[in-house]
Design a protein around this ligand. Structure first.
Ligand code: GDP
Length: 319
């Protein structure tokens, strides 16, 4: 892989894909190939085949996926399973058939069993049942990484799967019905402060523990994998530390400057109790995360203010 390689960043408008494009461009990669969903529907097999037949791609970063938080995952399981399975099967097969040398597939730490020993090693995959709230998504992502492994075994390709922990950063989804917890709390704290509310509602008990990785660190890990002979298989990508949802809410409130109460809505699901990744496999090759939560939250709130902040504050000012 060098800076002249033609790299297809699938899903370049999403949080992961856009971080990949920023990081690759900053490193001098000049032949990035992107397609919007309107230009290329990755769930359409013949469209994907036609694209790969002519695009002369050297490497694929498969960051296109249907993603969402605990509510969206538990209410739309068919969509999460179908869209992700279709995208993976179409892209991975077309990549192989057109001679693509390197492919990086992105999954998630929710592929691991619900009651997993902590921190979670890559070898714990498929050792016991999954967390029900995101089982459909997890099954699709497990199928994707197993498909990469199968192509590697049968055809000698070098397709690698990265399993990041909970991600956050620029271009995240701030819609409260479908977002993950960190962007949801940023938005809630921002709006609570703007409206002078006395409290902020956090879903669940606040006791589940989660680990948060800034998406720019995932992009950095991806370039590391592309540029090193990492070998095949699955690599966890995380920071190696977690915190409770209550602690996260407190940190977000500090960042945003909201000083009211936290109220826990226990009618909402907690999901898996803990998912801290063991990151020693990629760490052993020399990669580690650089963006700590304090810095990451401050940067992310800055991004949020830039993209979403003004209308809320204006609305408040007019009220
Ligand atoms: P998960 O890591 O797959 O469970 O996905 P989420 O990021 O959606 O949720 C993580 C945890 O944060 C769960 O225990 C949620 O109940 C909790 N949580 C607390 N408040 C919120 C919120 O406003 N939105 C979301 N999505 N989760 C929340």
């Amino acid at each position: 892989m060098d800076t002249n390689s033609r790299i297809f960043v699938a899903g370049h408008r999403g949080m992961v894909g856009s971080a990949l494009v920023r990081a690759l461009q900053a490193r001098g990669y000049r032949n990035l190939v992107t397609r919007t969903r309107a230009e290329l529907d990755l769930t359409d097999q013949s469209a994907v085949d036609a694209f790969f037949d002519t695009a002369q791609i050297d490497a694929v970063l498969l960051a296109a996926a249907k993603v969402g938080g605990i509510l969206a995952n538990s209410t739309q399981p068919a969509q999460f399973a179908y869209d992700n399975l279709a995208i993976e099967t179409n892209v991975i097969r077309a990549a192989y058939q057109t001679g693509v040398e390197r492919l990086v597939f992105f999954g998630s730490s929710c592929i691991y069993p619900r009651e997993c020993p902590q921190p979670i090693r890559e070898t714990y995959l498929l050792t016991s049942p999954l967390e029900p709230t995101n089982e459909a998504y997890a099954i699709a992502k497990i199928a994707g990484l197993k498909l990469c492994e199968a192509y590697n075994r049968q055809y000698g390709t070098h397709y690698v799967s990265l399993m990041p922990t909970n991600l956050y950063g620029p271009n995240d989804n701030y819609d409260l019905g479908s977002s993950h917890v960190l962007p949801a709390l940023i938005r809630k704290a921002h709006e609570a402060r703007a409206s002078g509310a006395a409290s902020l509602t956090v879903w669940g008990s606040g006791t589940p523990r989660r680990e948060f990785l800034h998406v720019d660190d995932l992009a950095d890990a991806t370039i590391f994998v592309l540029e090193h002979e990492t070998g095949d298989g699955v690599y966890n990508v995380g920071v190696g530390e977690d915190l409770s949802i209550r602690e996260l809410a407190e940190r977000v409130c500090e960042t945003v400057g909201f000083e009211g109460e936290l109220v826990f809505d226990t009618s909402k699901p907690d999901g898996t109790p803990r998912k801290l990744l063991d990151v020693s496999r990629l760490g052993g090759l020399g990669w580690r995360a650089h963006i700590g939560l304090e810095e990451g939250l401050a940067r992310t709130y800055g991004d949020f203010l830039h993209t979403h902040g003004a209308p809320v504050l204006e609305a408040h000012a007019q009220a």
